[in-house]
Design a binder for this molecule. Structure first.
Ligand code: CA
Length: 245
């Protein structure tokens, strides 16, 4: 066998949660070929346990799973520790996608998919999270974005809304922070894809829409305004308290 270590791949651990053994094996083989480490879990409950022990860099999560479904498992995993999740959905129903994204998934693929495309998406997701982490570390001077009831801390990657910490996925966080750095400015969806996703994909603008839906679900619909046919803008919350002060 050829030694491919010359590629200098960053060591990565990927948790593959899939109950179809053939598919799980195929995905794991691709990951191993990439020089990453793969661990397979075949139901939702063992996925949650494995994520706790393994602290993976990324989770590939099937939605339809025995014992505990992929939505619930993802919620539990990301509540413990922020980790990018790529969800696998068997049905092309938009509700599945939105549900998945709302639960804490960063991206999704509909079965059947090409394993090559899956690995490419994993790479893009890992690269994005890594880049965001580097940017955050370099932003020694970046101020906390304080909008009264909404506070965004880019360095700690923490969002507080009405006094409570809100669990956002890495993607949701980056999307919100990007919009909130320029309040009221309309960002084109293509621009958001470029800045947040670093991923030029024609079908990608629908991904932006799904994540905006998930953010609105968590923070209220008024926070992100739709500029029809163009994109989105962040609208700072109107705090009654601020007016009275
Ligand atoms: Ca399944």
């Amino acid at each position: 066998m050829l030694n491919t270590s010359a590629h200098q791949t960053t060591p990565r651990t990927i948790l593959v949660v899939e109950d179809e053994p053939d598919l799980a094996t195929a995905i794991a083989q691709r990951i191993t070929a990439k020089g990453w480490t793969a661990r397979v879990a075949s139901d939702g409950a063992s996925a949650v346990r494995a994520a706790g022990q393994l602290k993976p860099d990324l989770v590939i999560m099937d939605i339809m799973l025995p014992v505990m479904d992929g939505i619930e498992a993802t919620k539990r995993i990301v509540a413990e520790r922020p980790v990018p999740v790529l969800m696998l959905t068997a049905r092309d129903a938009e509700s599945d996608k939105v549900m998945g994204l709302g639960a804490g998934a960063d991206d999704y693929m509909t079965k059947p998919f090409s394993p090559r495309e899956l690995i490419a998406r994993c790479e893009a997701l890992l690269r994005r999270v890594e880049r965001a982490t580097i940017i955050a570390k370099n932003l020694e001077n970046e101020k906390v974005l304080d909008f009264g009831s909404l506070v965004i801390d880019p360095r700690q990657r923490i969002v507080t809304f009405e006094g409570e910490q809100v669990h956002l996925t890495p993607t949701e966080f980056d999307l919100l922070a990007t919009l909130a750095r320029k309040p009221k400015s309309v960002f084109k969806r293509e621009k958001l894809l470029e800045e947040v996703w670093d991923w030029p994909d024609a079908s990608g603008t629908r991904t932006v829409d799904s994540h905006v839906k998930a953010l609105r679900h968590k923070l209220g619909s008024a926070m992100i305004r739709t500029a029809h046919g163009v994109g989105y803008a962040f609208e700072p919350p109107q705090d009654d308290d601020a007016d009275e002060r």
